[in-house]
Design a protein. Structure first.
Length: 283
């Protein structure tokens, strides 16, 4: 089973490390010109979403210098980001870094001269965006950029952007799920993983049949999809997880069992607890 890899997409704030040109939604300082700069950018794929849509941020770094740039993005290339949100009530919350137990991928990246590194981040992994309304989101890399052989280090100046979550719209959610499933089916492994992660954070019962369709088509995505079903946790998700748990696949059975156990621990519905305990053989 391949390790979980999480990454995600969005369009709005730009940050320049070492240089800034006069462009919209861009901040930074001007040191030299674009031919000798490192450009760090953050952007929202969509700043106007509906409730339960995944919020996707695109992070990128373009190296215009003549030396490699080293990035330390932390565990699974996510732990190295620090984020804060201003919620719909105007309260600022510093969000905890993402850390998980078990095997994880290294987040060390070397960006060669003239090259760009980019990745997608699903911000719902840090914050659930639980209600409609206006939010502000800000963040930065926790580790400095290392230029060349390490003689020069640059601090990421970060970004600040706004987004708005509209009330739940089934048509928009269905379209989002459909587009993500299509991307999963045709994309290379990493892009498929990114799309699956975004789909797993469509935290709505409307996503269940889409998640199930992926579960049977791309095996390496099973952990992501099963966790998504566990987050939704409604009757249709529970039925799907029970079916997976009763399969002959030992790994899938284990993943589904953990998801069902978590639902059982979180629900206040005694009938749901009784059903899950019966399936898991617990009393």
């Amino acid at each position: 089973m391949s390790a979980l890899r999480y990454l995600v997409v969005l369009l709005l704030g730009m940050v320049v490390v070492g240089v800034a040109t006069a462009q919209k939604a861009q901040v930074g300082s001007d040191v030299g010109g674009t031919d000798s700069s490192v450009v760090v950018a953050y952007s929202l794929l969509d700043a106007h979403l509906t409730l339960h849509q995944p919020v996707i941020l695109i992070f990128s770094l373009t190296n215009h210098t003549s030396n490699p740039v080293q990035l330390d993005l932390g565990q699974d290339s996510r732990q190295g980001f620090s984020f804060a949100v201003v919620d719909t009530a105007g309260k600022r919350l510093q969000l905890p870094e993402l850390v998980r137990n078990g095997f994880s991928a290294l987040g060390t990246v070397s960006v060669q001269p003239g090259h760009t590194y980019s990745q997608r981040l699903v911000l719902n992994q840090w914050y659930p965006f639980p209600v409609p309304g206006k939010y502000e989101f800000e963040g930065h890399l926790t580790h400095p950029l290392v230029l060349g052989k390490g003689a020069e280090r640059q601090i990421d100046q970060g970004f600040h952007l706004a987004l708005e979550i509209a009330p739940r719209d089934e048509a928009v959610l269905s379209k989002t799920c459909d587009e993500l499933v299509k991307e999963i089916k045709v994309a290379y492994e990493q892009n498929a993983t990114d799309a699956a992660l975004a789909l797993s954070y469509v935290n709505d019962t409307i996503a269940v049949p889409y998640l199930i369709s992926v579960l049977s088509s791309r095996r390496h995505l099973e952990p992501i999809i099963i966790q998504g079903l566990g987050r939704i946790g409604g009757p249709s998700s529970i039925d799907a997880l029970i079916e997976v748990y009763r399969s002959n696949d030992v790994e899938m059975k284990g993943l589904a069992g953990v998801a069902l156990f978590d639902i059982c621990q979180q629900t206040s519905d005694s009938s749901v607890r009784e059903e899950i305990n019966g399936v898991l053989g617990r009393t």
